[in-house]
Design a binder for this molecule. Structure first.
Ligand code: SAH
Length: 221
């Protein structure tokens, strides 16, 4: 049996999840498939028990090792932007606790996800298994390098912020594919949507966001 309570924290869980969906709708998330996953994926299993009662608030929360689980609105927004190109194979940089990975696993054929902190990887893997998401493949590695053996990807989602778009990730993006990436320095980052067209890369700017930095190399911490 799984050590995770997949049903939820008490009887109120489905109601609090539904309330989160209402809030995301109000903030402009329109993709029903994305909203459906926010309603069905149990976010509380991705968070330490002491904070689980806050799991369905629209806020980022600490997951240890100086990292966070992303805010549901940002997860939903980035997923919505990525789905506009109907990606089959997606690369995620920054697995963290695995929440974004789980949402994407339900919405695309195969998701590859890379995390640089060794200590975060087993937990993420265990949660994805507990949810039965066998199309999610994870590894410890440096996201700046991408995952060349599985490239090209129709979609790349970067969930930590580099100061410049990593060139190797651009190389691994398929023609017709899209990358969603926050770019900038600490605290002032801009969400960029980069499409690879037959004529080259086309970039669109979206809102200001706040992510932990994308750090080169791996860590056994
Ligand atoms: N996708 C997560 C977000 C986790 S926060 C979610 O759904 O909540 C961002 C994660 O990116 C952190 O776990 C951090 O360790 C990781 N990260 C930072 N730099 C990285 C790199 N170069 N390669 C891979 N992961 C990286």
């Amino acid at each position: 049996m799984s050590r995770f309570d997949l049903r939820g924290i008490g009887m109120t869980s489905q109601r609090t999840r539904d309330r989160l969906v209402v809030r995301l709708r109000e903030r402009g998330i329109e993709n029903e498939r994305v909203l459906g996953q926010v309603a069905s994926i149990p976010r509380h299993i991705f968070i330490d028990e002491a904070l689980a009662h806050r799991a369905y608030e629209d806020t980022s929360l600490p997951i240890g090792h100086g990292q966070t689980i992303s805010q549901p609105f940002i997860v939903a927004l980035m997923t919505q932007l990525l789905l506009e190109v109907n990606p089959l194979r997606v690369l995620e940089i920054g697995t963290g606790c695995g929440y974004q990975t789980a949402i994407l696993a339900q919405l695309c054929r195969k998701i590859f996800s890379i995390e640089r902190i060794d200590a975060l990887h087993p937990g993420a893997k265990e949660r994805l298994n507990a949810l039965g998401l066998r199309n999610a493949v994870t590894k410890v590695g440096d996201g700046y390098e991408g995952w060349a053996v599985h490239a090209p990807f129709d979609g790349i989602i970067v969930t930590a912020a580099p100061t410049e778009v990593p060139p190797e990730l651009l190389n691994q993006l398929a023609e017709g594919g899209r990358m969603v990436v926050p770019v900038g320095i600490d605290g002032v980052q801009q969400l960029k949507v980069i499409d690879r067209t037959p004529d080259g890369f086309v970039t669109h700017l979206h809102e200001q966001v706040r992510f932990v930095p994308l750090v080169a190399g791996t860590s056994a911490e």
